[in-house]
Structures are given as C-alpha cells and as structure tokens.
Design a protein around this ligand. Structure first.
Ligand code: AMP
Ligand code: MG
Length: 390
C-alpha cells in the first residue's frame, strides 16, 4: 500500500496538459486560459467623467462662480471643442471630458438657470475624472493558466478580446461495473441497486471542466468489461467504478492487464478508498475507483479532480487544504489517512458520527472532508485540523 501523497505523485506522472483550442469569449466560461492575453486598448480609452454634472476648469471651482454652459458631452458623443475658463460643458457618466476641462462639478452642487450654472458647493476634493487607461492599458497581461470566470470574461470583453485560447476539455469515460447495477429510472430487480456514484462523479468532473461520457454498465464478466473498454476510444481519462478489489467478481485488474495496462499502483493507505488502481491504457490514463459510493466520490475529490486540473494545465497539486477548529474530541487515527465526512461553518468543523463508506445520505450533507493523517494522535475540541472543501 502506498500513501495518498505517493499515489498522487504517481498519478501526476501519468498525465501532461492537453493541447489548446480557440473559442469564442461567449463560450469560454469555466474553461482554462491556455495562453496569456494582452489588452488591445486602454480602458477608458479617453479621460471620462465618473459622474453626471458639468466639466469645468478647476480654477473655476469656487462657491458663487457663474459659468456659461456651451454644450454637452454624452457617452458615445463627445463635445468636440476646447473649453475655456468661465465655461462649462454638461457631461454625463462615461462621456469624454472636453479638452481643457480638468474638473467635474456634480450636478447636485450647482444651480442651473438657462444656459448658466452657479457653483453652490465645493465640498469635493477629487475631480471625478477617470484618466485614460485607469482600468488597464494596451498590452496589459492576463496570465495563463487560470480558470475563466464571469468577471474575467467581462474584463476580456472590455479589452476587446473576442476569442481566447483555452485548454481542450479533457474527455472522460466512466465505466460502472457490477451485475447488481441499473441506471436511475430503471426498475431494479430484487437484488439490484441503482448506479449512483457514476452520476455524482460525472457531475463533479463536468463542474470542473471535463466532457464526461457515461458508458453502459458492465456486468461482472470479462467480455462485458472488454466491451465497455472498447467504447472508450478518444478518452483522455478512463474511470472504472467497482470491481477493483480482490473478490471473485472483481475483474477490472485482470481485464485491464489483459488489455495491456501498465499499472502504476494498486492500493492506497486511505479511508475510504483503499482499492484504487491506476495506469496507462494506450494514450489514456485509467483510474480504477472503488465501488462504494462514498469511496468513489472521495477518490474523485482527492485524486480525479487534481488529475483533471493537471490535464487542463492548471498544475499538479493536491486538492486544496484549509484549516478549521475541531468542534469535538476525536480518538487517535489508525494507519490509513482518513477523509471524514464533515460539516464546516464559521471556521468550526464537525465530523459526522456515521462514517460508513456506503452512506450517501451522510456525504450529501457534508461540505468538507476532514483529513486525519495516518497515525495522528487524539484531537481535542478547539484543535486546528485540516480539511478539503467539497
Ligand atoms: P465493488 O468495488 O464492486 O465490490 O463494489 C463495492 C460496493 O459498491 C458494492 O456494494 C457495490 O454494489 C457498490 N457499487 C459499485 N459500483 C457502484 C455504482 N456505480 N453505484 C453505486 N454503488 C456501486
Ligand atoms: Mg462489484
């Protein structure tokens, strides 16, 4: 058995970032920027007013000063001429500041009569002018790799970037194995259950940038498994669920070996999730996940998501770990790393009482996996512990 850290290291050795593709900005949300992007313009491209008011000379910003309004500058339609002292131009938010003006007096601070304004208040100490390029300047760089967020899309759009290079979406094929499994919506026989973690994993991976193909369930026979594997062409990552232990009906190891898999490892010292195997199957990376619903989902968080990040070019790092204060005492841990289903709120983490790896109802309430390293001493309420948010 190897440690979680060793398993991750070996998994990372199996993958390299995928190639990139060019997509329209409107389709880029959630993708991974594969190359740096350079702003194509200044923003704002001209000195712009930050308020509705009047553009004036700062030297005219004096209580009681009366100025002649000689025109208007609106967003998209500037005042073309140079202003002089003693003059004012009606101006609106986002409009170009006329040449000569170096101050905006907000409309609340003037009395306007006909084509004249009189400054009533000089309480402001700033000009309300946004100089050209205050937000960003031409050539400013957005680094890659990074995940494209809605706020990054807004910034890219304002830089006049219509297309971006992003990492191709990793193709993931999921094979559920087990003669007891049927798809959700089917009518199960007396001895059957519904394939569940299959869909949990699909959702987890899609939410993190993968294209996921759920293949038909493979019964516990070698031909059925071979057929399932024959449907995985084009996948970057093949996940099998179940059949990975050493029982009579656990055929994944045998069939993948026969198909030529170079196995990287087989068992990991963790709870839940001990029977985990991985290796190369042609160009694809294969990870054999345990069948227990919670084990499969925990292995998804601890191993498969970091692998997905590596494929996306986001680096080869473990799932992010955070810390919180423990809500209650815990006994010492055994020889395997334990990922306890837990709930964290306001910096305090509470592990659930029931930790059986078959209990999806407990996992569904969890928002954290509380990590107990191998052989960790007993912990007291208030101690700081680490967790992986889920
Ligand atoms: P196995 O690793 O095949 O021995 O499976 C361990 C346990 O997980 C058994 O109780 C299986 O019925 C269950 N199991 C296996 N695959 C799935 C699946 N895709 N969805 C839900 N339960 C599963
Ligand atoms: Mg099975």
């Amino acid at each position: 058995m190897i440690s979680v850290e060793q398993a991750l290291k070996q998994l990372f050795a199996l993958v390299e970032p995928l190639e990139s593709e060019n997509v329209a900005l409107a389709s880029a949300n959630g993708r991974t920027l594969a190359q740096p992007v350079f702003a194509k313009r200044n923003q704002p491209p001209f000195a712009a007013s930050a308020m509705d008011g009047f553009a004036i000379y700062k030297s005219d910003y004096q209580i009681g000063r009366t100025l002649q309004v000689i025109g208007e500058s609106a967003a998209g339609a500037r005042f073309e001429y140079k202003m002089l002292e003693g003059e004012a131009v009606r101006i609106f938010t986002g409009a170009p500041v006329p040449t000569g003006a170096d101050w905006i007096v907000i409309q609340e601070d003037v009395d306007a009569i006909g084509r004249q304004i009189t400054i009533r208040d000089t309480r402001e100490s700033k000009s309300y002018i946004r100089p050209a390029g205050t937000d960003f300047e031409t050539g400013e760089t957005l680094d890659a790799p990074q995940v494209v967020t809605p706020q990054l899309i807004a910034l890219l759009a304002s830089m006049n970037i219509a297309n971006v290079n992003v990492t191709r979406k990793p193709e993931v094929a999921i094979i559920s194995t087990g003669s007891e499994l049927v798809m959700p919506g089917e009518t199960p026989g007396d001895d059957q259950i519904i394939a569940s973690n299959t869909f949990g994993l699909k959702a987890m991976l899609e939410a993190n940038g993968a294209n996921v193909r759920v293949l038909p369930i493979a019964h516990d026979t070698a031909p059925a498994l071979r057929t399932a594997f024959s449907l995985t062409q084009g996948a970057d990552l093949i996940l099998t669920i179940g059949g990975a232990s050493v029982g009579d009906h656990d055929l994944v190891a045998g069939v993948t070996e026969e198909l030529g898999m170079e196995r990287a490892f087989y068992k990991v010292a963790m709870r839940p999730g001990k029977p985990l195997m991985a290796g190369k199957l042609g160009k694809a990376t294969m990870i054999g996940l345990p069948g227990n619903p919670v084990s499969a989902m925990v292995c998804g968080q601890i191993f498969v998501l970091p692998m997905l990040c590596a494929l996306l070019g986001l680096g080869k790092s473990p799932a992010p770990h955070h810390s919180a204060k423990l809500a209650n005492d815990m006994p010492s841990n055994g020889p395997r790393a334990h990922y306890m289903r837990a709930h964290v709120f306001d910096g305090v983490i509470t592990p659930f009482e029931r930790q059986d790896s078959a209990l999806l109802s407990v996992l569904a309430k969890a928002n954290a996996l509380l990590l107990r390293p191998p052989h960790e001493d007993a912990k007291l309420a208030g101690d700081t512990v680490t967790f992986v948010p889920i």
